[in-house]
Design a protein around this ligand. Structure first.
Ligand SMILES: NC(=O)c1ccc[n+]([C@@H]2O[C@H](COP(=O)([O-])OP(=O)(O)OC[C@H]3O[C@@H](n4cnc5c(N)ncnc54)[C@H](O)[C@@H]3O)[C@@H](O)[C@H]2O)c1
Length: 271
C-alpha cells in the first residue's frame, strides 16, 4: 500500500484506483460480496473470492475476469475455520504477492425465534459472523503488518440496533462485528491498517430471497415483516451495488483518513 500522508494533489481517478492491489472478499460468490468484488475488479484490484460455495465462486471469478480484464480467482473458504482462513490468506500472498484489502463479508442470517433457538443454532451464527470476522481480520492484520492495508467488515443495521423478530443471534453477532471494528482500528492504526465496517439495511440478494422463500425456516412473524423491509425512504429497494460502491470508497485512498467508523448505508432508515 502506498503511504499517502496528504492526498490533496492526487487526482480523483488515482484516489479511486485499486490498481495492483490485492483484495480478499469472503463470501464473494454472490450477493453483497459479489458486488464488492465487482467494483474492486473494475478499479484494477487483483481479487481473491473466498467462499464455501466454490462452484458459484468460480463462475463469479470467471465473469469478473472477462468483464474487467482483471485477475480474479476463487478459493474454497470456510470463514469459521482457522486453517481455511489461513490457507485463503496464503493463496492471496502467493498469487498476488500481498494482501492490501480484506473484506469480511461472509455471513449467515437464519430466522431463529429465541424460544426455539438451540445453543447450537446460536453458536453456528456466531461461528460465521463473529468468529469468521475475527479470523479474517487476524489473518489480514498479520499479512499487513509493516506495509499497511484496509480491513472492511460487513456488519448490518443489525449491528447498531435491533431489527425484525427472530434475529437475536444475528443482531448480537453483528454488534460484535461493530465492536471488533472499533477496537481493531485503535490497535492497528500504528501499523497504517485502517479498519472500517459497513452497515447495510435490507438489500435484495440471493441469501435474502432464500430467506423470504422460506428456505431457511423463516417464521411467520418475520415473513410478515418482509414487505416493510423492502421499502426504503429513498423510494426503491437496495441493490448489492449500493454496498459495492461504498466498499470501494472505504477501501480506496478516498477514505485515507477514516478508521474505526461504521458506514451506515440504509437510505435513511436509522435517521
Ligand atoms: N442482504 C442484506 O440485506 C444484508 C443487510 C445487512 C447486512 N448483510 C450482510 O452482508 C453479508 C452478505 O450477505 P448477502 O445478503 O450477500 O448473503 P448471501 O447469502 O446472498 O451471500 C453470502 C455468501 O457468503 C457465503 N458464505 C456463507 N457462509 C460462509 C462461510 N462460513 N465461509 C465462506 N463463505 C460463506 C455464501 O456461500 C454466499 O456466497 C452478510 O454478512 C450479511 O449479514 C446483508
Amino acid at each position: 500500500m502506498p503511504e499517502l500522508k496528504d492526498a490533496t494533489e492526487t487526482t480523483l481517478a488515482d484516489l479511486l484506483s485499486l490498481k495492483g492491489r490485492a483484495a480478499v472478499v469472503t463470501g464473494g460468490a454472490q450477493g453483497l460480496g459479489k458486488a464488492i468484488a465487482r467494483r474492486f475488479a473494475e478499479a484494477g484490484a487483483n481479487v481473491v473470492i473466498g467462499d464455501r460455495n466454490l462452484e458459484v465462486a468460480q463462475q463469479t471469478a470467471a465473469d469478473l475476469s472477462v468483464r474487467y480484464g482483471a485477475n480474479v480467482i476463487a478459493v474454497l473458504l470456510d470463514v469459521a475455520d482457522e486453517a481455511s482462513v489461513q490457507s485463503c490468506a496464503s493463496t492471496s500472498a502467493e498469487r498476488f504477492g500481498s494482501i492490501d484489502i480484506w473484506v469480511n463479508n461472509a455471513g449467515v442470517f437464519p430466522a431463529l425465534p429465541i424460544n426455539y433457538m438451540t445453543l447450537q443454532d446460536w453458536e453456528n451464527v456466531f461461528a460465521v459472523n463473529a468468529r469468521g470476522t475475527f479470523l479474517g481480520a487476524q489473518a489480514a492484520a498479520l499479512a499487513m503488518t509493516d506495509r499497511g492495508g484496509v480491513i472492511i467488515n460487513v456488519a448490518s443495521l443489525a449491528g447498531i440496533r435491533g431489527i425484525s423478530p427472530a434475529l437475536s443471534a444475528y443482531v448480537s453477532s453483528k454488534h460484535a462485528v461493530v465492536g471488533l471494528t472499533r477496537q481493531l482500528a485503535l490497535e492497528l492504526a500504528p501499523q497504517r491498517i485502517r479498519v472500517l465496517a459497513i452497515a447495510p439495511s435490507f438489500v435484495v440478494t440471493e441469501g435474502n430471497l432464500a430467506l423470504m422463500q422460506g428456505n431457511e425456516g423463516v417464521t411467520e412473524a418475520a415473513a410478515q415483516d418482509i414487505p416493510s423491509m423492502l421499502q426504503s425512504k429513498l423510494g426503491r429497494v437496495g441493490v448489492p451495488d449500493d454496498i459495492g460502491r461504498v466498499a470501494l470508497f472505504a477501501a480506496s485512498d478516498m477514505a485515507l483518513f477514516m478508521t474505526g467508523t461504521t458506514l451506515v448505508v440504509d437510505a435513511g432508515e436509522s435517521a
